[in-house]
Design a protein around this ligand. Structure first.
Ligand SMILES: Cc1ncc(COP(=O)(O)O)c(C=O)c1O
Length: 452
């Protein structure tokens, strides 16, 4: 384990929040930047620096970070291993289009060595830039392979916001597979047992969803059209940190295999160690046909990619999916260092062990909270859903809680269909002490707001 680099005095609040210097910078930001910003609505500060699992604002307040840039910083801010890899690469070059560099080749070799099942050391890699871009490429590839146009996704899914601009690109061949209109998508319910829309025993939920999928594929009058691929998050992220029942992904794998339909697993948020294995799919021993990878793979430098079955490469024309910045050398140097670290350190077993412990801590912290709905999670992907009588979502309570936590030096974000789920997504390297101190703040403020 690398030595702790967090600012251990966190949470340290020395001014009102936001402090005077933060307010000044926030005002300037308001003046220059779009009103459509989201995070600055609840994290009201200007940042000076960050290290490990802590962030310092320009007024000297230090926050515990349970946010990690939305799972972008799985090793924490400024991790020495990541930093050294980026610095080494900086001395060589920062950008080149597609031609091989040592960073690119070493990254692919390391990535391939981590992939599940038959993808291991065999998959092909296509670089993209953002999570959404990786999902776009995955969908285009699945359609190319299957010759189907409709993609099946799931309620609560988040795969990014992109996909229309290809329609304005004049060269028609780019539009043959890319771009998803609402008519091209069919959403099935995710096996979200706490809020499954049909009343049934929890153990039957996966089968119900997969039976519906089979019906969509097989019945020419289902209305779904020819299915070109199934796109799924192995643990749902923005939808509410929902861990599906254990049998769901294997059943999904079985039916897609039977029907010859590509299974796309979106590991953008759940991947790179977040759930205690490098890939969340590994928990259910499922091998996707196409995997979408982003966020923590670049250690904070934007990059993404898909890894897919090598057979899918057949007949793929040059420029099938394009973008100027695909495979940035700094990001790939960071990614290689991160994956090597995950493979060789004791971090992943720790995430599994501590993930269970932290989940129990959340259960204890919310034990007598009348607004608690459910605590669930896998590894360091833990969701605390707040709901009142008859599961009425407590979105407003969660908004107020998020604000109160921040005022007290804890950065924690929400998610869920109704914005009523608090999510724990701290860096995997977080010190026990910062988990305990954060949990004290969480318990105290959540009780206070619930009047308990
Ligand atoms: C599972 C998943 N897929 C795709 C995306 C989109 O990634 P990006 O915001 O980089 O486009 C996200 C972003 O949160 C995500 O959680």
């Amino acid at each position: 384990m690398v030595e702790s680099i967090s600012m251990m005095e966190a949470p340290r609040i020395v001014t009102e929040v936001p402090g005077p210097r933060s307010r000044e910078m926030l005002e300037k930001q308001d003046k220059y930047e779009t009103a459509s910003r989201t995070y600055t609505r609840f994290f009201r500060m200007a940042v000076d620096r960050a290290s490990g699992s802590t962030v310092m604002d320009v007024d000297g307040n230090i926050f515990i970070d349970w946010f990690a840039g939305i799972c972008v910083l799985n090793l924490g801010h400024n991790h020495p291993v990541v930093r050294a890899a980026i610095e080494r690469q900086l001395d060589r070059l920062v950008h080149i289009n597609e031609v091989p560099t040592e960073a690119r080749v070493r990254f692919m070799e390391t990535l391939l060595s981590t992939l599940p099942g038959s993808l291991r050391n065999r998959a092909k890699v296509m670089f993209t830039v953002t999570g959404a871009d990786a999902c776009e490429a995955a969908v285009s590839l699945a359609r190319h392979v299957s010759k189907g146009r409709t993609i099946v996704a799931f309620g609560g899914a988040y795969h990014g916001v992109a996909g229309h601009i290809v329609g304005a690109t004049a060269n028609w061949h780019y539009r043959e597979y890319a771009g998803l209109s609402a008519q091209d998508i069919y959403h099935l319910p995710y096996p979200y047992t706490y809020r499954f829309p049909v009343r049934m025993a929890e153990e039957d939920v996966s089968k119900a969803v997969v039976d519906m999928l089979r019906y969509l594929i097989r019945d020419p009058y289902s209305g779904a059209g020819k299915i070109g691929g199934v796109l799924v998050e192995p643990v749902q992220g923005e939808g509410g940190y929902i861990v599906p029942p254990k049998d769901f992904l294997p059943m999904l794998r079985e039916v897609t295999e039977e029907e010859g339909i590509p299974l796309i697993v979106d590991e953008v948020q759940s991947g790179v160690g977040r759930t205690g294995k490098i890939w969340a799919s590994e928990h259910s021993s499922v091998t996707p046909d196409i995997m979408c990878i982003s966020k923590s793979i670049g250690g904070g430098i934007p990059t993404s990619m898909i890894a897919y079955r090598p057979e899918y490469d057949e007949g793929l024309p040059p420029g099938f999916h394009l973008g100027t910045y695909r495979g940035n050398p700094l990001a790939l140097a960071a990614g290689e260092a991160i994956l090597s670290y995950l493979k060789s350190s004791d971090l992943l077993p720790r995430v599994q062990r501590d993930g269970r412990k932290i989940l129990e801590m959340f259960q204890e912290a919310t034990e007598r909270n009348p607004k608690l709905g459910e605590v669930r999670g896998l590894g360091f992907m833990i969701g605390v859903e707040f709901a009142g009588k008859d599961k009425r979502p407590e979105g407003e309570y969660v908004e107020r809680l998020k604000h109160a936590l921040f005022q007290n030096g804890l950065m924690m974000h929400s998610c869920g269909h109704y914005g009523n789920v608090m999510r724990f997504m701290a860096p995997l390297t977080i010190e026990d002490e910062l988990v305990e101190k954060g949990m004290e703040v969480f318990e105290r403020e959540s009780r206070k707001l619930a009047g308990k």
